[in-house]
Design a binder for this molecule. Structure first.
Ligand code: PMP
Length: 360
């Protein structure tokens, strides 16, 4: 068996330890004589799996008691609709447009109400996070929305917009659990699992309790009300049970590692060596304004499309895979999520150096 270093933006690399454990438990989970895939979501065994997953996540993020944790389906994209359906009372919301995923959320929001884009970095292909000093937050805004880490462009918020008494909503799909977060600053955080925490099919929602009400937009389907999901502890219908089980294992892996402070330090170290190399290279260039660089997604280019193609092809042959940039921007992107080991980043840098020497 040969495992590659997988730099995919998602679905993405998972901790090898977690995959091995899941493999060992595939046929017989904890003396139940069956796989978690075959198990009733109402069984004692699964109750413990989802209960432990929630508690471990609460421990990792220090989630205050007045927040609910939900394990839902529909991916992060479904949250683009659930957020306005559940939180719009005045039918007005403010969004910061920092990339394609924010833009998709904006488009979806427009179905339900008036969306004000109060800051944007679209003018420079989203290579920076807009200045937030003079944000004009709409008086009647139901919430302010950000995409905390922009997977395609490789930027991230290092500070938050001042939203006063307005609810802050964040899409943390691509940097969830990569560092500690002060959950109390947000009304709602959501994250698709398939980047940092598990397989596709699960989306984690952390929502302040006072935002969970029956006062939702008319026509909101039962399944898409946070209240339905919260009242039923994410078990209103059959949840993505196997995915939740893997997420739970990843949470335990993170706790064993020492928690999110430790994870953050490792992520900073991994990103620093890659960015340092990019800054010193004569061939490769990072595409993002330095202060806004993501720790998770590192886009870079040679400036020559042919050379980019040659690079990703040869990298693949060397066991460094999925380095192509998003189909909308081209170039390269190395996603170095929690589960990408330091040795993977070092192997990438060594390969880039060799490629640079051989192609000058
Ligand atoms: N938000 C962000 C930041 C993402 O990176 C992605 C997926 N690439 C999405 C939302 C959409 O996620 P999903 O495919 O789970 O709907």
């Amino acid at each position: 068996m040969t495992r590659v270093f997988n730099f995919s933006a998602g679905p993405a690399v998972l901790p090898e330890e977690v995959l091995k454990e899941a493999a060992e438990e595939m046929l017989d989970y904890d003396v139940t004589g069956m796989s978690v895939m075959e198990m009733s979501h109402r069984s004692k065994a699964f109750e413990k799996i989802i209960g432990d997953a929630e508690q471990d996540l609460r421990d990792l993020l220090n989630i205050p008691d007045n927040y609910k944790v939900l394990f839902l389906q529909g991916g992060a994209s479904q949250q683009f609709a659930m957020v306005p359906m559940n939180l719009m009372k005045n039918r007005v919301a403010d969004y910061l447009n920092t990339g394609q995923w924010a833009k998709k959320a904006i488009q979806e929001g427009k179905i339900y109400g008036k969306i004000d884009v109060i800051a944007s970095s679209e003018d420079k292909t989203y290579t920076y996070i807009p200045d937030m000093k003079d944000l004009k937050i709409s008086e009647d805004a139901d919430y302010v929305y950000i995409c905390h880490n922009n997977t395609i462009y490789g930027t991230r918020f290092t500070e938050l917009p001042e939203t006063g008494d307005k609810i802050l909503v964040a899409d943390m799909s691509s940097d969830f659990l990569s560092e500690p977060v002060d959950v109390s600053k947000y009304g709602l955080i959501f994250a698709g699992a398939q980047k940092n925490v598990g397989p596709a099919g699960v989306v984690v929602v952390i929502i302040r309790e006072d935002l969970i009400t029956d006062d939702v937009l008319p026509g909101t389907p039962t399944m898409l009300k946070y209240k339905t999901q919260a009242d039923n502890k994410s078990l209103y219908n059959t949840p993505p049970a196997y995915g939740i089980y893997i997420c739970g294992k990843v949470f335990k892996w993170l706790k064993k590692l020492g928690g999110l402070e430790v994870m953050k330090k490792i992520n900073e170290e991994k990103a620093a060596i890659l960015y340092d190399y990019l800054d010193s290279s004569k061939m490769f260039k990072g595409t993002v304004v330095k202060k806004d660089r993501s720790l998770m997604n590192v886009p870079f280019v040679t400036g020559l499309e042919e050379l980019d193609k040659k690079f990703t092809k040869e990298a693949k042959e060397a066991g460094l895979v999925n380095l192509e940039g998003h189909r909308s921007v081209g170039g390269m992107r190395a996603s170095i999520y929690n589960a990408m080991p330091m040795e993977g980043v070092k192997a990438l840098i060594a390969f880039m150096k060799k490629f640079e020497e051989g192609n000058i």
